[in-house]
Design a protein around this ligand. Sequence first.
Ligand SMILES: Nc1ncnc2c1ncn2[C@@H]1O[C@H](COP(=O)(O)OP(=O)(O)O)[C@@H](O)[C@H]1O
Ligand SMILES: [Mg+2]
Length: 241
Amino acid sequence: MSQVSTDPSIMPQAIISAQQLTQKIQLSQKELCIFENLNLDIYAGEQVAITGRSGSGKSTLLGILATLDQASAGHLQVCGESVDQLNEEQRASVRLKHIGFVFQSFQLLPHLSALENVMLPLRLHPHFHYASAEQKAQALLAKVGLERQAQQTPKVLSGGEQQRVAIARALISEPQIIFADEPTGNLDGATAKEIEQLLFQLNRELGTTLILVTHDPQLAAQCQRHYELADGHLIEHSRGG
Ligand SMILES: Nc1ncnc2c1ncn2[C@@H]1O[C@H](COP(=O)(O)OP(=O)(O)O)[C@@H](O)[C@H]1O
Ligand SMILES: [Mg+2]
């Protein structure tokens, strides 16, 4: 008899596990296949880059892995939980527990202060408590270097500062996974570097898994794993490749 251990406590479990993931969209005249039968396992604490040409389906894939959207076929598990059959509300609850998302365009609410933007995800929490949420948000703003900008609204903040607020907001629910879709795409070169380093620093310090879409090959090469999405398929690049 084989003595290979199947004890789940010593087998690494993927934090994101996608099998045969397919996204097809029915357009008026034809069906558009964005990707088909993708398989991907991502483990806790990893940094994973996804690159690909514009229109190759990177944002679509990231949105599905982050449970913002649903695939048309295939299976997805997030932190060991199958999300295939979940409705919108149940997926929102999965996101609240496990996922933070950073967008290229920051997506801050303009009429709220930096502090209130960071607190926002916690308002969905059934046991929301204003004072403790505020304290947590203030600590995160300090962590991203913005403790003195807490009361400012986004329009008086620079692009880099707005993205720092968005990163703090992504972290407020203590997610295991941060998804970032071209997080430096709207920033100048020097600011982009600072934001990249901040994302890597937080990945190391907090042990948060980082899944990053970028079109910067140098940035992708800094990640432990690098996948390229091309013609609806994922190709894994060797490290540094
Ligand atoms: N809801 C949709 N309806 C029609 N086409 C879509 C939809 N979502 C995405 N697409 C198309 O799918 C392709 C992939 O889009 P996207 O995931 O945004 O690519 P990327 O982020 O790599 O630039 C693009 O051609 C886009 O126009
Ligand atoms: Mg995109």
